[in-house]
Design a protein around this ligand. Structure first.
Ligand code: RIB
Ligand code: CA
Length: 331
């Protein structure tokens, strides 16, 4: 249960609640992001939708229900989203997140089932019902966002803000040398989302690769006694083993939790406004995300711009993350 919640910096200070509409491919770091949001004061998860990516969309929805249940959020509806990308075959990443998407810990089935509504339709319905209220936080491939934009062209004017974990604008990718995984899973959807003209903050590898759990931070999480802390530590084992085999060090990045943190407290990062496009035709670079360089090299194009996070206060974020996940009175 959510016994204690840590103050979410700017939402809490303003006395407002950040109302999150989540789109996720619940694997390990998605699960950590959900638990982190659930433990923050001044944050409300209004609904969630799953999408293909780390695991198939139906399993992603069940994992999202499992994690919401652990966090005591049994009233948050979860819709199943797009089963595959718009223009390429389905690919999933069980080698990173486990066959069950949660580090192969074989957590029990959730009490609830996903709602009947497709995730893209849920996005459109809730945006129409609560115009200007919702922050759409996308921490998986962007297929549901692309579909929602095709269903409702007014969507960019119906959402308060969109925060996307994705892309690698001024640095190398992680799925390929050029492409970040969420964009790589559905480049066409990413191009639609990045060019939609809504107030979009892009939390890409440019900043998520600066934020990691290692050494003392891992030890603090390992020592957690709460149900949430113990769950987080157990699902991390598979993730840490992947990182150790891939990067040669027992550590991991917090891609999705950082995007969640920035959705609640934008002061965690600094940004560069630029149009961002996705390479769709490059035989070897498909899924790359490229922004402009300083204006004197690329005069303003008049195209829709996004806010690319380019620097982050990693220490402040990790401290806040651990206060929730490992906190003595964590949910
Ligand atoms: O590149 C990192 C992203 O890909 C994260 O959202 C992770 O969950 C995977 O989906
Ligand atoms: Ca994800």
């Amino acid at each position: 249960m959510c016994e204690s919640r840590v103050n979410a910096p700017d939402a809490g200070q303003r006395g407002e609640t950040t109302r999150i509409l989540l789109d996720c491919d619940t694997g390990i770091d998605d699960a950590l992001a959900i638990l982190y949001l659930a433990g923050l004061e001044g944050v409300s998860i209004v609904a969630a939708g799953s999408v293909h990516g780390n695991v198939p969309a139906p399993l992603g929805a069940l994992n999202t229900l499992r994690v919401l249940e652990l966090a005591g959020l049994d009233d948050v509806p979860v819709a199943v989203g797009a089963a595959r990308p718009m223009a390429q075959p389905l690919q999933t990443a069980e080698f990173v997140h486990g066959e069950d998407g949660l580090g192969n810990i074989h957590w029990p089935m959730p009490r609830r089932r996903p709602s009947a509504e497709p995730a893209a339709q849920q996005i459109v319905r809730l945006a129409r019902e609560q115009p200007g209220e919702l922050v759409l936080l996308a921490i998986g491939p962007l297929t549901n966002l692309g579909l929602a934009l095709l269903l409702e062209p007014e969507l960019p004017r119906l959402l308060r803000r969109v925060v996307v974990m994705g892309g690698a604008v001024y640095r190398a990718g992680n799925a390929t040398a050029d492409a970040e995984a969420n964009v790589w899973h559905d480049p066409e959807a990413a191009e639609l989302a990045l060019g939609a003209g809504w107030p979009l903050t892009l939390v890409g590898l440019d900043v998520t690769m600066q934020v990691s759990l290692a050494g003392d931070a891992l030890a603090e999480l390992q020592a957690a006694s709460s149900a949430v802390g113990r769950f987080a530590w157990s699902i991390l084992q598979h993730y840490l083993a992947f990182y150790e085999s891939y990067y040669g060090a027992r550590m991991c990045h917090l891609h999705d939790p950082l995007a969640a943190g920035i959705a609640v407290d934008s002061s965690l990062a600094r940004y560069r406004r630029t149009p961002v496009h996705v390479e769709l035709r490059g035989e070897r670079t498909r899924g790359a995300t490229r922004g402009s360089l300083p204006w004197w090299l690329n005069p303003p194009s008049g195209e829709p711009e996004v806010e690319v996070a380019v620097e982050v206060d990693a220490e402040r974020f990790v401290r806040g993350f651990l206060d929730v996940l490992a906190g003595a009175r964590a949910p």
